[in-house]
Write a protein that binds this ligand. Sequence first.
Ligand code: TRP
Ligand code: SF4
Length: 330
Amino acid sequence: MEDRSILSGMRPTGPLHIGHLFGALKNWKKLQDEGYNCFYMIADWHALSTEYANPQKIKENVEEVAIDFLVSGLDPEKSTIFVQSLVPEHSELHLLFSMFVPVPWLERNPVYKEQMQELKDKDLHTYGFLGYPVLQAADILIYKANYVPIGVDQLPHLELTREIARRFNYLYGETFPIPEPLLTETPKIPGTDGRKMSKSYNNCIYLKDTPEIIREKVSKMFTDPKRIYRKDPGHPETCPVFLYHGIFNKERAGEIEKECKEAIIGCTDCKKELAEKVIEFLKDIREKREKLSKNKEYLWKILKKGSEKARKVAIETLKEVKIKTGLNYG
Ligand code: TRP
Ligand code: SF4
């Protein structure tokens, strides 16, 4: 058993897609199975920082993400799977951090600047949105996590967490380990249009997609733009469909490459073959999903149990922090 801790989280903004599975969840499961002390969180407060005006879907989204965690192989017996707002100690640590985090650290955060630009339809000139990385630091440090598996897009946030940990340790004495990122390389799987898989691009294949939906989505996938006629030789290396074959249809990928280059196979057939492979790959996940969606009570039991377990650790850290910051009233 490893005594080193890991924390990571996802915002419940909708169901998860195969990009999450290959980019994060498979890695989370691997770390869990390697015996790290893993905390995997559904960051509902963080979701509210952008969705504060539409909170109606949060609960449903928390359930969706929890189901997706479980069907991806995260095991509540091995990992602590929990909901952020069910561990209110995060917010207390966040508040304490906010006393000494300089505002310019937050204003110059590139993720903040980028999102302000990108999410123009929402008013994000809020206190909570500026403080997003401070809450993220509390999420990580309250478990004294040593490693944080994240994508490169989250690196600036982790850097801030590290700065906050160092500043705390400097002001109040050695308390927090400086957490290190465990980078999951660039997304292994692009969206159906070849760009990054993302809800806002409408190019996702979700873990919950039915066979009909998968067939439909795969049939519309982008292909080699240079292959205009059936008789044109293709360039599989530039084709997202081929990339998917490499993941879901490994045994046949070599042949497909050749058949594409020699115009033996057409794109329609190539996609049909792929769709069935993706459906087969997601079969187990889809069946488990169906069972779990019918059993919300069981789902919440797991989440509440996980949150209680997380809380025990969080409470201990907070006790120590209160003593160190002078709020030690016995
Ligand atoms: N900000 C992360 C994201 O958008 C989610 C998150 C919240 C997180 N708290 C975290 C990730 C702590 C890692 C560690 O994906
Ligand atoms: Fe892509 Fe397949 Fe068409 Fe080749 S045959 S361009 S790999 S979809």
